[in-house]
Design a binder for this molecule. Structure first.
Ligand code: AMP
Length: 217
């Protein structure tokens, strides 16, 4: 099951991806997470992409496509994958169509007010990347990851002053990609205004319905 998740920052993609990954035993691959990890490690790739990440610019297509191609060729992707944050340009979408055409593209939508509330309360584990929300998904001990005990942090780009800018950039970047998959009949739009416990079953049943339609479930 090759899936692409599309949605504005804060729509809850990471949370839905975790649930889908567990249910269907396919890895959740976020290009943003891969790049952040490489920057943290100080690898050659990390040094190359740091410039773009720090400025919120897109990493050049050639680099991103190579990274994704290499990741998807790993063993754990044999049964499928969830791509999150890729493709982000038409060139990336076309490249993906060439080496691993997605079966289904889930387009998550939510009102701006919902997104702003989610992003400003989001906390991320500084070590394992687990995601929390101060109100909707608080950790057992404030500021501490339930899974590994490391401190929780606010992602630099979740600061309120940059959220509006990120939303506008998202719309500009993704509208051609949404149209691209719509034209190919691969797009399903899911409303994510409700909280995750309500949205997750809708996501799972959408995928199950699709698999059943193909006789794969
Ligand atoms: P994200 O966590 O998805 O917001 O990604 C963080 C940063 O990683 C972005 O601001 C870009 O600099 C870079 N990035 C992630 N995915 C891509 C992509 N598909 N194409 C270009 N740059 C990307």
């Amino acid at each position: 099951m090759k899936l692409v998740f599309i949605g504005p920052p804060g729509v809850g993609k990471g949370t839905y991806a975790q649930a889908v990954s567990q249910r269907f035993q396919i890895p959740h691959i976020s290009t943003g997470d891969i790049f952040r990890e490489e920057v943290k490690r100080g690898s050659e790739l990390g040094r190359k992409v740091q410039y773009y990440l720090e400025r919120g610019l897109l990493v050049p297509d050639e680099i991103v496509v190579e990274v994704v191609k290499a990741r998807l060729s790993q063993d754990d992707c044999r049964r499928g994958f969830i791509l999150d944050g890729f493709p982000r340009t038409l060139a990336q979408a076309e490249a993906l169509e060439g080496f691993a055409p997605p079966d289904l593209v889930l387009n998550f939508v939510a009102d701006d007010s919902v997104i702003v509330e989610r992003l400003s309360g989001r906390r991320v584990c500084s070590k394992c990347g687990a995601i929390y929300h101060v109100k909707y998904m608080p950790p057992r001990f404030p500021g501490t990851c339930d899974k590994c005990g490391a401190p929780l942090v606010v992602r630099k780009d979740d600061r309120p002053e940059v959220i509006a800018e990120r939303l506008a950039l998202y719309r500009e970047q993704f509208s051609p990609i949404i149209s691209y998959y719509e034209r190919r009949g691969k797009l399903v739009t899911i409303s994510a205004n409700a909280q995750a416990p309500e949205v997750i079953p809708v996501v799972i049943s959408t995928i199950e319905r699709f698999l059943r339609g193909r006789g794969q479930l």
